[in-house]
Design a protein around this ligand. Sequence first.
Ligand SMILES: C=C(O[C@@H]1C=C(C(=O)O)C=C[C@H]1O)C(=O)O
Length: 178
Amino acid sequence: AEWPAPVHHTAAAHGLTSDLSSVTELLAQRLLLADKVAAAKYGTDTPIDDPEREARILDDVRARAAGLGLDPDAVAAVFRDQIEANKLVQRGLYARWDANPGERPTERPDLAKEVRPALDRITTQLLAALDDTERARSLPSCGPRLATAAGWSAYTHRLDGLHLKGLGRALPSVCAAP
Ligand SMILES: C=C(O[C@@H]1C=C(C(=O)O)C=C[C@H]1O)C(=O)O
């Protein structure tokens, strides 16, 4: 055989990358969209919790995980964490806006036309990132690597305390169970 082997495909395409920042970057981006979700809902009859939308998301990612050869339960657990993290941030923003009317959003984004499509784009990207990092997420080093990557994502996005708490809530199922 030839050596070194010709590179026909990227490491990421084979789940060989050990860098989890592609994942944490998307988790941070998704969490920052909670501000737009909350702004879309605050002061309206639309509740923070939408169990039907959540169930549709989880059904969809299970099917797409299976198509990628990923464990549907494990992938659904990651998205369940993202949804809980998002609601945690939404609730925190509501509390902040209730207490400080001056900080309330001045515009109400369109949940259906603007915000949910942005969340859906991240879903597609996150599924690809989970696929790319399948091996790294199964290693014992996943936890420390994930913490490091999350720290960088938090830093580059200048996350405040509430969003840091949300990012912490977003992480527990990213590393495969031992
Ligand atoms: C983001 C929303 O709010 C909540 C959080 C969701 C999520 O993180 O995907 C989905 C449904 C809601 O329970 C939304 O309504 O779209």
